[in-house]
Design a protein around this ligand. Structure first.
Ligand code: FAD
Length: 472
């Protein structure tokens, strides 16, 4: 069975991979000249990589970890110590850690929280623990019901002191969805906390050993093409063409750089594009269908990823850091954390700027000036002196619409991978799956889409077999 897929992000590539495993032939069309979508990366004239986002893989990503195993590339994940490390704004240049001991869950998480005395007092830890009891007892059903509240509202409802939010959850909220706790749905943080507390290695983090485009997406493409599939870059879907009964007749392709425009026909069609371009491309007759109408409630959130190369080393920490800065979210010295970017003498900081709505339209110069002012607080020993670290170069990648903005009520807007249109499916981190807008969510959505296509084809085959048997 031929399946046309628009979008070569992780969802589209995962869908194509699992379709080839089921014996089908996917043809993936990608608008850009680079694989990966939100994990795309580029090499500059010096050979240095810069990326759409600083990407962390968690122990609580079963589908992603299985994918690495299936591709036989699991050695490319560089696992770090099982800790979460936060900057201390009141004590610049110092860190506070949550260290998870080698014990079963949830004991290791409880010990990590109890062992940290810089960020939370004992009464705060106790009231937070009590606040979490309903989520622990009633599980995912409770977590989903809490989508009506923002995290700040939920914390208030549970009588958790405001300081807990300030100390820990502004940083977590910005890391998970690039927005603050007064905007983010309580479901997002409760889902993450549940995974982190219930799975022994759920919050353990790994960095990829190089650029996601080369080290993860390319092996996926090699796997797909070795099994008869195709992945075509610079090949944007222009229009979804319909038959008279409003199923898909073909994908019209826009010709780029002199390439011919054309129509790709297949037995089934998948949009693995982000929700924002899909909404713009919906054919008129589909717009009244509930599944597509509710997409209006989903919209990508802006975020900015920064890369700063310095003339000397700012830190030896080989881990993700939560900056707890109003401007920045998480960051890492990639010269320590990532094998392909390693440098024993010079730092390359990769930093996420969030919330970015007030910054996305600003000039690179303004963004760098504000970031450098924050770095003076994060690394006070390295700036403002005669031997200050010098910024050698930088790259800024702005994503005006990244993962869907997970404000309260969004869960109800997320569509299933199957649509009411018989031969049209959706894949993408925004589609309904239990891992929210993440790499794991994208990979899982692609897998679910491939499963739905195979199951539907099987059912059609069985129905026509029984019809023809009945006719004999
Ligand atoms: C700054 C940043 C940091 C992040 N950090 C993390 C992290 O630490 N951990 C984590 O798990 N997740 C993280 N994420 C989220 C993660 O990157 C995404 O959830 C995931 O990559 C989304 O994959 P996707 O395939 O659903 O969508 P996308 O990656 O957006 O892929 C969609 C693809 O469709 C293509 N496309 C669009 N229009 C067309 C068209 N007309 N024709 C053909 N193709 C088209 C796009 O070019 C793109 O390649 C981060 C994201 C960002 C931006």
């Amino acid at each position: 069975m031929r399946v046309a897929i628009a979008g070569a992000g992780l969802a589209g590539l995962s869908c194509a991979k699992y379709l080839t495993d089921a014996g089908h032939t996917p043809i993936v069309l990608e608008r850009s000249n680079v694989l990966g979508g939100k994990v795309a990366a580029w090499q500059d004239e010096d050979g240095d990589w810069y990326e759409t986002g600083l990407h962390i893989f968690f122990g609580a990503y079963p589908n992603m970890l299985e994918l690495f195993q299936e591709l036989e590339i699991e050695d490319r994940l560089q696992w770090k110590e099982h800790s979460m490390i936060f900057n201390q704004p009141d004590n610049p240049g110092t860190y506070s850690r949550f260290d998870f001991p080698d014990l079963p869950a949830p004991l290791n998480g409880v010990m990590a929280i109890l062992g940290n005395n810089e960020m939370l007092t004992w009464p705060e830890k106790i009231s937070f623990g009590i606040g979490l009891v309903p989520a622990m007892i009633r599980g995912q059903q409770y977590v989903e019901e809490m989508d009506k509240y923002s995290w700040s509202e939920w914390m208030k409802k549970q009588n958790i002191p405001e300081r807990v939010e300030k100390e820990v959850f502004i940083a977590m909220s910005k890391a998970l969805n690039f927005i603050n706790p007064d905007e983010i749905s309580a479901t997002i943080l409760l889902t993450a906390l549940n995974r982190f507390l219930q799975e022994k290695n759920g919050s353990k983090m790994a960095f990829l050993d190089g650029s996601p485009t080369e080290r993860l997406c390319q092996p996926l493409v090699d796997y797909i093409t070795a099994r008869g599939g195709e992945v075509l870059l610079n090949t944007p879907l222009k229009e979804i063409l319909l038959t008279e009964d409003h199923t898909v007749k073909g994908f019209a392709i826009r010709g780029l750089n002199g390439a011919l425009e054309g129509v790709l026909t297949a037995d089934a069609y998948v949009s693995a594009m982000p929700v924002d371009p899909l909404k713009l491309m919906l054919p008129e007759p589909w717009k009244e269908l509930d599944c597509f109408q509710k997409l209006a409630g989903l919209e990508g959130v802006p975020v900015i990823n920064l890369h700063l190369w310095f003339d000397h080393k700012l830190t030896e920490i080989d881990h993700l850091l939560f900056s707890r800065s109003p401007l920045l979210s998480v960051y890492a010295d990639m010269s320590n954390t990532c094998k392909a970017y390693a440098n024993p003498d010079r730092s390359m900081l990769e930093l996420v700027l969030a919330p970015a709505k007030d910054w996305i339209g600003k000039s690179d110069e303004d963004i760098i000036a504000a970031t450098m002012a924050e770095l003076e607080k994060l690394f006070p020993n390295h700036f403002g002196t005669e031997t200050s670290a010098k910024l050698l170069k930088y790259h800024i990648v702005k994503t005006p619409r990244s993962v869907y903005k997970a404000t309260p009520g969004r869960q109800a807007c997320r569509p299933d991978q199957r649509t009411p249109v018989a031969n049209f499916y959706l894949a993408g981190d925004y589609t309904m799956q239990e891992y929210l807008g993440s790499m794991e969510g994208a990979v899982l959505s692609g897998k679910l889409t491939a499963r739905a296509i195979s199951a539907d084809q099987q059912q059609t085959t069985n129905t026509s077999a029984s019809l023809s048997a009945g006719n004999k």
